[in-house]
Design a protein around this ligand. Structure first.
Ligand code: 5GP
Length: 193
């Protein structure tokens, strides 16, 4: 997706060769036009699937996932990174290791909103080593939901997430695939996987 690549090049900050900061349009301030374009791209790619639910992980997946849910005209469920006191019964949970924060957290989702009738498109902001997506997939497995595919806005292709998800048989669609972030220069792989 050219506009996303352009935003990454012009507005992204390379923290180190493995971490990109995109607070100016995705992780803090949100560029809604860019998120809408991302959602339209994701919708075009997966519209042949009978998706009845979009699932993402709070917080930064929510903006693109919400627009995507609107296009599919289905609900959006965001998995929570901590268990709220109001979520008491029939909760699916799993542990996830955070790549950027270097901590483990518990991902939670309620059986009230995820079940075996669901055919889900999973959306996240970044794909690095795949831990967040694998955690979300674990929750979907507990819910016995089926998975149409996984869409991420930014994949860092030099990390192992994409390969891990492919090996498990999932389709991974990344809108911008970063190859390297060395010496202050970002290079991209081809647009689609
Ligand atoms: P993974 O679980 O695939 O290793 O990492 C993906 C998760 O970590 C994403 O949900 C995102 O929150 C965060 N993440 C991974 N790499 C980056 C990065 O380079 N920049 C930012 N801002 N977040 C990242």
């Amino acid at each position: 997706m050219d506009s996303l690549k352009q935003a990454i090049r012009e507005r992204g900050e390379i923290i180190n060769e493995d971490v990109l900061k995109v607070d100016s349009f995705l992780n803090h301030q949100i560029d809604w036009k860019l998120m809408l374009q991302a959602a339209q791209d994701i919708y075009e790619h997966f519209k042949h699937e009978k998706i009845n639910k979009i699932v993402t992980i709070e917080t930064s997946g929510i903006a693109p996932a919400l627009y995507t849910a609107q296009l599919f005209d289905v609900p959006l469920v965001f998995l929570k990174k901590s268990k709220p006191s109001t979520m008491n019964q029939d909760i699916y949970q799993t542990n996830v290791h955070s790549f950027t924060k270097q901590i483990d957290y518990t991902l939670s989702g309620s059986s009230s909103y995820l079940n075996k009738e669901d055919h889900v498109l999973l959306i996240d902001d970044f794909l690095a080593n795949g831990e967040a997506c694998l955690g979300a997939l674990n929750i979907l497995k507990q819910a016995q939901a089926s998975v149409a595919g996984i869409a991420v806005l930014i994949e860092k292709a030099h990390q192992k997430g994409h390969q891990r998800l492919l090996e498990l048989g999932y389709e991974v669609y990344a809108l911008a695939r970063i190859d390297t972030m060395n010496s202050g220069v970002i290079t991209f792989l081809e647009e689609e996987s």
